[in-house]
Design a protein around this ligand. Structure first.
Ligand code: TXA
Ligand code: MG
Length: 344
């Protein structure tokens, strides 16, 4: 790493010029967004985007999301959206929402993995927004983590993993939302399909365009060679090295966690604050995700909590699940993958 900039309180204009210079010269910048941190590079440069794939050890067929600052920039990188796509853009951008559109040539082939489409996202976070609007560069940025690891939502969690691969680190504090954007494509019948659930939910989308469907791959293990709508679905994700088991949310949840604790003496629990007093576990083996009645809090803490598991020196991590409703569906999508589909 060449530069570390602390922009938690405000954006420093001189440092902003350095960041833009680095991006113009094909460098990599760690940037905050409202969802998770991203590893940013110039989306028009094959060379710059190749560095992202190397830094993350990312599969060569998993395309990068392209970040823009406004609607004019969407029009410069993607073919004209249809009526439904337009409505989704107006409703959810800027914000934690990514729309798949046909790409224009200005976006390099490495960023799109030679696909005819790109994911377009207009973040609301002020820092990345300023970088894009001032530089006028479309920014390719995947989540900040080595592929397969939980995404990074604060600098402390990811600096060891990534700092030697980056030119600039921008510290913008903790990401507000904590899980990645909702990825949507509109199919040929005009129905939006959620390829990756996020903070923008099924019902939010339904309220805007009257219709929505969930990809049937959201909770499935994708078999080798199986065709998927979004390459990211194929890969192992968010997984700690420690073995994990996810306990579904039902009236027996606490009982099941205690049964697992009885059988496994060397375990930790990733759970809800109000459950701790009912669990047969030492307080220092408990990772608090927040209140079970506050999905925003759980989402905010999710990746940081998953990253703590591997620091606990345990053989098993027992994770409490939430109901697959609204934001709970997106949280469970990440947890099921973190537990490699080991759900009881
Ligand atoms: O919130 C976010 O979206 C964060 C922040 C940094 O903006 N970014 C992020 O990027 O999560 P990444 O690369 O970790 O995830 C991108 C997902 C992958 O699952 C990828 O397969 C999918 O979006 N994707 C990208 N381009 C696509 C395309 N053209 N068609 C279908 N899926 C696509
Ligand atoms: Mg990712």
């Amino acid at each position: 790493m060449k530069y570390y900039f602390d922009w938690k309180k405000n954006i420093n204009e001189n440092e902003l010029n350095v960041v833009i210079d680095v991006l113009k010269n094909d460098g990599l910048v760690l940037v905050p967004t409202e969802t998770v941190y991203g590893i940013a590079a110039n989306a028009s440069s094959n060379e710059a985007c190749l560095k992202i794939f190397k830094a993350k050890n990312r599969a060569q067929d998993n395309p990068l999301i392209i970040h823009v600052s406004d609607k004019n920039m969407i029009n410069s990188i993607a073919e004209k959206p249809n009526e439904i796509e337009e409505k989704l853009i107006d409703a959810f951008m800027p914000g934690p929402f990514t729309l798949i559109l046909k790409k224009k040539k200005i976006i390099c082939d490495v960023a799109s993995c030679n696909m005819p489409t790109i994911g377009v996202r207009m973040p609301s976070n002020e820092i990345i927004h300023r970088i894009i609007s001032k530089s006028n560069i479309p920014i390719a940025a995947p989540s900040a983590n080595i592929s397969g690891r939980p995404s990074g939502t604060n600098i402390e969690d990811i600096k060891n993993e990534l700092s030697d691969k980056l030119d600039v680190i921008i510290d913008g504090g903790e990401c507000k939302i904590g899980i990645e954007s909702t990825v949507v494509r509109v199919d040929s019948d005009g129905i939006p399909e959620i390829l990756r659930p996020g903070f923008v939910t099924e019902s939010d989308i339904k309220n805007v365009v009257g219709n929505v469907k969930l990809s049937d791959k959201l909770f499935k293990k994708v078999e080798e060679g199986e065709k998927v709508e979004s390459p990211g679905m194929k890969y192992r994700h968010y997984a700690p090295s420690t073995k994990c088991v996810l306990v579904k949310s039902d009236e027996n949840q606490i009982k099941k966690v205690n049964e697992l604790l009885n059988k496994n003496s060397n375990a930790c629990v990733l759970g809800f604050s109000e459950d701790l007093e009912y669990l047969n576990i030492d307080k220092n083996k408990f990772i608090n995700m927040g209140s079970k009645n506050n999905l925003n809090e759980i989402s905010h803490n999710l990746f940081s909590s998953l990253r703590k598991i591997d620091t606990m020196n345990v053989q098993l991590a027992i994770i409490e699940g939430v109901k697959k409703e609204n934001l709970g569906l997106s949280i469970m999508n990440r947890l099921v993958r973190a537990a490699s589909n080991n759900v009881v």
